[in-house]
Design a protein. Structure first.
Lengths: 218, 494
C-alpha cells in the first residue's frame, strides 16, 4: 500500500506538468481530471487505514473530479481551445517547470523532518506526500505567474488547491468531516466565481488574455 | 459563561443570512427596507452580545466552535454598525449612480437583488471570522469573506470592474492558500498533544504552545502571515487593494476599507497572542512588515490623482500601524492595535462614503486635478470629509489622534524607537495628502469645464445621514476614547 500511495503521489506531479504545459485547454483540463481521480485514489488508499476518510474520498470525487472539472470544461468549450501564448516559451517553460518540481520535491523530501509534525509524518508514504503537496503548490504558483490565459491561471490555482488538499490528507486526517466540507465548498465556490469573472472578461474583451487587463495601474 | 446565552453569538451570525434570503425576491422598496432593518436588528444583537461579554466574560457555543470574547464583541459591534451605515447610504446611492447612462442604470438595477443579498451574506461571514474558535474554520471564514465580496467589488461589470474583481479574487485566493498550509501545520503540530478535535480550537493552542516544534510553529505563523497579510493589504501583498477599492461602488469601498481588510487582524491577533510570547522573532517580522507597509502606502497615496485610489493606498499605510502595534507583542500594543482598527474603520468608512458622494454628484469625476470648489455646493459632504481627513491625519479631538497616540505610546513603552519614528513621520505625510485632498476637492474653484458646467449639489438625505452618523462616531470616539475601555481591556486576555 505504501508503494502504491507513493506512486500515485508522484503521478500527481506528471499530471501537473501536463496540465500546465498543454497548449490545448481540453487536454489541460483532462490532465486535471486525471489528477483529481488520482487524488481520490490516494485518499481512498488512506481510508483503508482510517475509515472516516471514505467521506473525504467521496467529497473529493464530487468536488474536484465532477464539479470543478465540469466547470473548467464548460468554460473551455465556450471559448478558444488554444491557450493564449504564455510569457515563457514552450521549451523554456517545460525545462523551468521540471527543474522547479525537481528542486522543490528533492528539498522537501530530503528535509521532511523539518516539516513533519510527528515521527510518523517523516516516514513513507507521508514523506512523499508532503513533498508532492508542496511541489504542487509551487507548480501551481508558477502557472499563475507565467500564464496569460485566464483559464490556465485558474487551472494553476486548482493545482495549488490540490497541493493544499494533499497536505491536509497527509498531515491532518483526524480532522472532522464538517471542516473538510467547509474547505472544499470554499474551493468550489472560488473556482466558480473566478470562471464567472473570466467569462465576463471574455465577453467584454473577446479574449482570455490577462495581458489585456491593463486599465488599472498603480 | 452560561449555555443560556449561547444564542446571542448565533443570533448575530445568522440574522443577516435570514434577511439575505427574502431580498433576492423582494421588490425594490421592500428589499431596501429589509436590508436596513436586517442590519439594524443585527446591530442590536451585537450590542447585546458586547454588553453580555463585558458583564460576564466570553460566551462559548456549538461545542466551543464559536467563542465570543472581548475581541469578537468589539469587531461584531464595529461590523454591524458599519453594515447599517452602508445600508442606509445605499438607499439612494446605488439606485442613483450613473444618472446620465440610463441603459447602465437599468442593468445595474437588475443586479441590485444580488448585491443586497451578497452584502448581507458578507456581513455574516465577517461575524464568523470574528467569532470562530476553530483554526481551520478561521481560514474557511476568511476565504468566505473574499468569495462573498468578489461580485460586490466587480458589481459594475465593466472592463475595469472585471479586472479589479479578477485580481482581487485571484490574489487573495493564492495568498490565503499559503495561510491554509499554515493552518494545517499548526493543527498537525498540536494534534498529538491535544487530540484531533481539541487541536482545532484556538483557545486550546495556548496550553501547548510551548510544546510545539519551534520550526513548525514559526513556519506556520509565517505562512499565516502571508495569507492574512495579503487579505489585510500589508505590503508587499497589497497590489489588489487600490484596484478593488477604486472600482467597487463607494458603499463597498467603504466596507472593504473599514472592515474587510481588518478582520484578518483577528486571526493574527489570536495566533500572535499564542506564539508571539514564545517566538520574539515573529514579532520582529510583523514589526518590520508594519513599518514597510506604513511607508509604502503613504508614498503611493501621496502620488495619486484618483480620489478613491488615494484613500485605498492610505488604507494600506494605516494597516501598517496595526501590524506594527501587534508586532510590539505587548498588551498595550494589542490594545492600541484594536483601538486603531476601530478608529480607522470609522474614519476611512466616512472618507469613502464622502468620496462616493462627491463622485455621485460630480458626474463620476474622481480626478483631483479636475475637481474643486465643491464646498459651497456640498457643504455637508465637505464638513464630513473634513472630519474624516482630520481624524486620518491624527488631529485632536478626533478618534484618529488617540489611535495614533496609542500606537506611538505603545512603541515608546516597548522601546521600539524605529516604529515610533516611522509612525510619526507617516502621520506627517498622511496630514499632507489629506489636507491637500480636502483643499483640492472642496476649496478653490472647479478645475474642469465639465465640473463647472455640471449641476453639482448636495447628495440625498440617506447618504448625508450615513456620513453624519460616521462623522459623529469619529467625534464621539475622539472626545471619549475611554468609551471602548470595557471591551478593549478584555482583548489582551483572550
Amino acid at each position: 500500500m505504501d508503494a502504491l500511495l507513493r506512486t500515485l503521489s508522484l503521478t500527481l506531479l506528471l499530471t501537473s506538468f501536463l496540465a500546465v504545459e498543454s497548449r490545448s485547454m481540453r487536454r489541460a483540463i483532462l490532465a486535471y481530471m486525471v489528477q483529481s481521480l488520482v487524488m481520490v485514489a490516494i485518499i481512498a488508499g488512506f481510508a483503508t487505514l482510517h475509515p472516516r476518510l471514505w467521506v473525504w474520498a467521496a467529497t473529493a470525487f464530487v468536488t474536484k473530479f465532477a464539479l470543478i472539472s465540469w466547470m473548467l470544461a464548460h468554460e473551455a468549450r465556450a471559448g478558444d481551445d488554444h491557450e493564449v501564448t504564455p510569457y515563457v516559451p514552450r521549451v523554456a517553460s517545460a525545462a523551468l517547470i521540471a527543474g522547479l518540481a525537481l528542486v522543490v520535491y528533492g528539498f522537501v523530501h530530503g528535509h521532511a523532518s523539518f516539516l513533519a509534525p510527528t515521527p510518523l509524518a517523516e516516514a513513507e508514504p507521508y514523506r512523499t506526500n508532503v513533498a508532492v503537496a508542496l511541489t504542487l503548490l509551487f507548480v501551481g504558483t508558477y502557472a499563475v505567474l507565467t500564464r496569460r490565459d485566464a483559464l490556465k491561471v485558474i487551472i494553476g490555482v486548482c493545482l495549488m488547491e490540490n497541493g493544499a488538499h494533499l497536505s491536509l490528507v497527509t498531515l491532518a486526517n483526524g480532522m472532522h468531516e464538517t471542516v473538510l466540507i467547509g474547505i472544499v465548498t470554499d474551493v468550489v465556490v472560488a473556482i466558480y466565481l473566478m470562471l464567472h469573472l473570466v467569462h465576463g472578461i471574455e465577453d467584454r474583451l473577446g479574449t482570455r488574455d490577462t495581458a489585456r487587463l491593463r486599465e488599472l495601474r498603480w | 459563561m452560561t449555555w443560556g446565552d449561547g444564542w446571542l453569538p448565533l443570533a448575530v451570525l445568522v440574522t443577516p443570512l435570514v434577511f439575505a434570503l427574502p431580498v433576492v425576491w423582494a421588490g425594490d422598496r421592500v428589499r431596501r427596507a429589509l436590508w436596513v432593518s436586517g442590519s439594524a436588528v443585527t446591530l442590536v444583537f451585537a450590542l447585546m452580545l458586547a454588553r453580555r461579554v463585558v458583564l460576564a466574560g466570553p460566551i462559548e457555543t456549538l461545542g466551543a466552535q464559536i467563542r465570543a470574547d472581548g475581541l469578537a464583541a468589539v469587531m461584531s459591534v464595529l461590523i454591524a454598525f458599519l453594515a447599517l451605515v452602508c445600508s442606509v447610504y445605499a438607499l439612494d446611492y446605488l439606485p442613483g449612480t450613473h444618472p446620465h447612462e440610463p441603459e447602465r442604470r437599468e442593468r445595474l438595477a437588475r443586479r441590485m437583488p444580488m448585491f443586497t443579498a451578497l452584502f448581507l451574506v458578507l456581513e455574516s461571514t465577517l461575524f464568523w471570522v470574528a467569532m470562530t474558535n476553530n483554526i481551520v474554520l478561521l481560514w474557511v471564514a476568511l476565504e468566505a469573506t473574499t468569495l462573498a465580496s468578489a461580485l460586490l467589488v466587480s458589481f459594475y461589470w465593466d472592463t475595469r470592474a472585471l479586472e479589479a474583481g479578477y485580481k482581487y479574487l485571484l490574489l487573495l485566493t493564492v495568498g490565503i492558500t499559503a495561510a491554509f498550509f499554515g493552518c494545517v501545520l499548526l493543527y498537525a503540530s498540536a494534534a498529538p498533544h491535544l487530540g484531533n478535535e481539541s487541536a482545532l480550537l484556538i483557545s486550546n493552542l495556548r496550553r501547548v504552545a510551548g510544546r510545539l516544534p519551534s520550526h513548525l510553529a514559526l513556519a506556520s505563523a509565517l505562512l499565516l502571515l502571508i495569507g492574512f497579510g495579503t487579505k489585510a493589504g500589508l505590503a508587499p501583498f497589497h497590489p489588489w487593494v487600490a484596484d478593488a477599492h477604486a472600482e467597487a461602488p463607494a458603499v463597498m469601498s467603504a466596507f472593504l476599507s473599514s472592515v474587510i481588510i481588518k478582520v484578518p487582524f483577528i486571526g493574527m491577533l489570536r495566533v500572535w497572542s499564542v506564539l508571539g510570547p514564545r517566538y520574539p522573532e515573529l514579532n520582529q517580522v510583523l514589526l518590520m512588515l508594519g513599518i514597510f507597509t506604513m511607508v509604502v502606502g503613504a508614498a503611493l497615496a501621496i502620488a495619486q490623482d484618483d480620489l478613491k485610489r488615494l484613500h485605498a493606498y492610505s488604507s494600506v499605510s494605516q494597516v501598517g500601524y496595526i501590524a506594527a502595534a501587534l508586532g510590539l507583542g505587548t498588551p498595550f500594543g494589542f490594545y492600541a492595535a484594536v483601538f486603531f482598527i476601530v478608529s480607522h474603520a470609522l474614519t476611512k468608512g466616512l472618507l469613502f462614503l464622502s468620496t462616493g458622494a462627491v463622485v455621485f454628484s460630480a458626474h463620476e469625476i474622481r480626478s483631483l486635478s479636475a475637481l474643486g470648489g465643491l464646498r459651497r455646493r456640498m457643504p455637508i459632504t465637505a464638513a464630513c470629509t473634513l472630519v474624516g481627513a482630520l481624524s486620518l491625519a491624527g488631529m485632536p479631538p478626533f478618534s484618529g489622534f488617540f489611535a495614533k497616540m496609542q500606537v506611538v505610546l505603545a512603541a515608546a513603552d516597548a522601546r521600539a524607537w524605529l516604529v515610533l519614528g516611522v509612525a510619526v513621520a507617516t502621520s506627517l505625510v498622511t496630514m499632507a495628502y489629506t489636507t491637500s485632498m480636502v483643499q483640492r476637492v472642496f476649496a478653490s474653484t472647479p478645475r474642469s469645464a465639465e465640473l463647472e458646467a455640471a449641476d453639482v449639489h448636495e447628495v440625498p438625505a440617506s447618504m448625508r445621514l450615513a456620513m453624519v452618523l460616521l462623522a459623529g462616531a469619529v467625534i464621539v470616539l475622539g472626545l471619549m476614547p475611554q468609551c471602548l475601555d470595557s471591551l478593549l481591556r478584555l482583548v489582551p486576555e483572550m
